[in-house]
Design a protein around this ligand. Sequence first.
Ligand SMILES: *Cc1c(COP(=O)(O)O)cnc(C)c1O
Length: 391
Amino acid sequence: MSEVKQKDQAYVAGTYKRFPVEIVSGKGSLVYDENGKRYIDMGSGIGVTAFGIADDEWVAAVTAQLGKVQHMSNLYYTQPCARLAELLCTRTGMKKVFFCNSGAEANECAIKVARKYAAAKGEGRHTIVTLRNSFHGRTLTTLAATGQDHYHELFQPLTPGFRHIEAGNIEELKAAVSAPDTAALLIECVQGEGGVIALEPAYAQEAARLCREHDVLLMVDEVQTGNGRTGSLYAYMQLGITPDVVSTAKGIGGGLPLGAALLSEKVENVLSFGDHGSTFGGNPVACAGAISIIERLDDAFLAAVREKSDYVRKALSGAPGIEGVTGMGLMVGIKTKAPAADIVRACIERGVLCLTAKDKVRLLPALNIPQDVLAEAIDTIKTVCRELAGE
Ligand SMILES: *Cc1c(COP(=O)(O)O)cnc(C)c1O
């Protein structure tokens, strides 16, 4: 075993089951291990490196800011934070942004906004409704929001005030949204960790209508689906809904830790001085990188994301060893005949890094992955799916 692997296993807390691969360098959608072996990166750090590894524009934006001011406390103004907030608001119609450092923190902010907004309307309106099989983060509160029992078991008691309902069940939705203790509904447009499962637009629209009717906040967790991943700037834009709060992280920073909660007009002033904060939130280097990402997600670029998505879905659908393809844009779930974990391991052998989500193989390639590199990776994945299925 290499020295790095030995040290990591000796000293890093054992929360991750790592593959036996050490990544030492990369460019775009290609990464290299300690022996110089080349891999096509179809996971982009779980949807984080939106423009790939060491993307020139992002590196230039980040390093220029590093040489000016790497951090200031939120007691002072900095240009990248203000500019990024303006960019996000003008591109979405949202009114204010709270910056933090991760997806879980973005959801924590959303939940605090909902609790404060609802408390002003009456006592006991504190419940946040989320969907079964959802994933909203690993803090004790976002774990409570996460609708998967197996994440909860070892960490009781979790933050109270959450209720989980079945996606697609309108009766359950009606009962939950109209309950007198409900403050907000928090949903993913495509459940990522839950198995790359897209929400039905009709269900999302009914949820939005019911939320409006009962003055319950509609909050969309776009941590994974956001920032161009699904072929629109945010996935809700394809579902015909207008959320009150959008949380996002992962791809927005292009590889640096950055999260954001976008607040609509209804809730733009809910948080006031001292209600919330973050030492690193809105860090100028992270924001400078994010500006270089968001500025490039224009209509032509998003159309190219959708084209690549169409290519991937056509190439995989109906192929031997593949039972189905799910998701939206470049958020792809593949239901395979052979176990997903076996396919991921075999793909690593052949130089392609893929992810899993529940029982599916999951692909979250860089949004700008070149077509020839994408085609090479898809060919390898198809071959492995066919061979492991014995077809
Ligand atoms: C990854 C993820 C989170 C958690 O983000 P962290 O940055 O790991 O805290 C929350 N919600 C969704 C939908 C995610 O995919």
